[in-house]
Design a protein around this ligand. Sequence first.
Ligand code: 13P
Ligand code: SF4
Length: 348
Amino acid sequence: MSLNKVDSPAIPNVYVPDNPVWPSLTKTEVLDLKNQIKSLLKEHNAVLVAHYYTDGLLQDLAEETGGCVADSLEMARFGAEQSAETLVVCGVRFMGETSKILNIEKRVLMPDLAATCSLDEGCPADMFTNYCDQFPDHTVVVYANTSAEVKARSDWVVTSGIALPIVKHLAEKGEKILWGPDKHLGRYVQRLTGAEMIFWPGSCVVHEEFRSVALERMRKLHPEAAILVHPESPEQVVDQADVIGSTTALINAVKTMDRKEFIVATDAGIFNKMRQVAPDKILLEAPTMGEGATCQSCARCPWMGMNSLQNLAEVLKSGSNEIHITAELAEKARIPIQRMLDFAKTMK
Ligand code: 13P
Ligand code: SF4
């Protein structure tokens, strides 16, 4: 079967919720909620694990309370190193599930269990399993943005921070790769490694909206700016980048590059950390609107936006929104995640 032919299993349409808008809080309300959460964390021996795309207030609170704010690779690592009995994952569902899989004995809570991801939603386990079954001679490599069931069907899990070296390693061993679900990241990895790959055609609704023509125009207006792009973005956007990488790699670029101005093509939540590490640099959002078009997410992941101080406090009080994964599923899904973490150790 030709590669083109296998390149298009029909995937379900992804429902994108309206951007959740939390009622804005006064300074006093923020302070009260933060104090409440701090004592609840102590009371329940809990720690916060937050992603860079969540509300800046949550990111700061995670750090103030001895938790972490990180990319998805580091979030997975961090949880496993904690003695806390409860991990509260502020991010999207696959992040909570990964924490649970790696820490089956711990309680893992999330502010909102409905916070999903278009990549996860667009890759149902039964359809993905079917697809994999057609190519038994391929090594199955899945992005971390997937359900526990999809991970359990894979040989390797990767995040954007480690996809390149892992696929390079597999290609050097002569393995053919079935990649899912992010087609843009997959094609980027293929281009750099030369690996023989077939793709599940998923995408991120947030990064998909960056516009290459509008970005070209913006570059002309800011010729000195460095362009930073997350590899979930379309190829024509990636092609214009000075730096392509995970959220951590993009933050490091702002910190270390000898440039004053940066155009950033990823979720706007990342600006919180970027401003902290490089307060004197100028940060510009890459365009999500092209000629006459409007954006749906406008560089703000609607699911990451479901995390707030309000529902974090609620979940700590009630103990609701716990992630449950059967021991059997966790055992299967843990193998490809652990493979990634072990591989990461060899790179240090
Ligand atoms: P990172 O692993 O780079 O943080 O990316 C996670 C993600 O969901 C990007 O959209
Ligand atoms: Fe998923 Fe995209 Fe949101 Fe990341 S930004 S969690 S890939 S929908």
